[in-house]
Ligand binder design. Sequence first.
Ligand code: AP5
Length: 211
Amino acid sequence: MAQPRILILGAPGAGKGTQSAKITEEFGVDHITTGDALRSNKEMDISDMDTEYDTPGEYMDQGELVPDDVVNAIVDEALSQADGFVLDGYPRNLEQAEELKDMTDLDVVLYLDVGEEELVHRLTGRRLDPETGDIYHVEYNPPEDPEVEDRLEQRDDDTEETVRERLSVFHENTEPVIEYYDEQGDLERIDGEQAPDAVWDEVKATIEDTA
Ligand code: AP5
């Protein structure tokens, strides 16, 4: 079987990063994530693209979307180098979904479904290990090693105010993308409110059945 081409959709905090790490390990595909790519290029000068702000970081710290031209170029480049992949964080609006259609076919479109207050709780409690990139949660998934616990960091956009703005951007821009794939009959809906291992069992079985 060729390597699967997987799209994972979900609101901020739905568990896309958590499940993508498992997919990468299990299926040996690349993890293409626009959030991480943009965080590594927060200070990139995009002023020649006629944008409102001069860097991606200024959009991200306010919970707004980075302009399509910047993100489309990142995804196009990453997809051209990947065999199989799990794409996380893109498309986030209908224009990006149209762009993606011209870039690649998809074998599976997963949607992690989680309610609003649970999303806020997950994001404000999320902590990241800067050395390994591993994702933790102060309550649901704290690290066992106190040395790891001491070095954990919170993402700049995980404050409650920015989280609420990111969720409102999701409702306005990204929910139509979910409807777009649903109308095409491609959407595999997963109950993302279960414990991480139970979500993973469903994600893995869906990929094996569909790809
Ligand atoms: P991005 O980095 O993509 O953030 P996001 O979509 O908001 O998603 P997150 O990474 O916050 O959440 P996640 O679903 O990966 O959850 P996680 O697994 O960590 O984007 C950031 C910014 O970049 C955007 O705001 C925008 O500015 C810009 N951007 C990115 N892509 C763009 C695009 N295409 N166009 C324009 N701009 C773009 O889990 C969250 C927490 O919950 C963790 O603590 C985890 O331990 C915990 N958890 C996970 N699963 C479970 C579970 N089942 N039960 C309990 N806890 C769980």
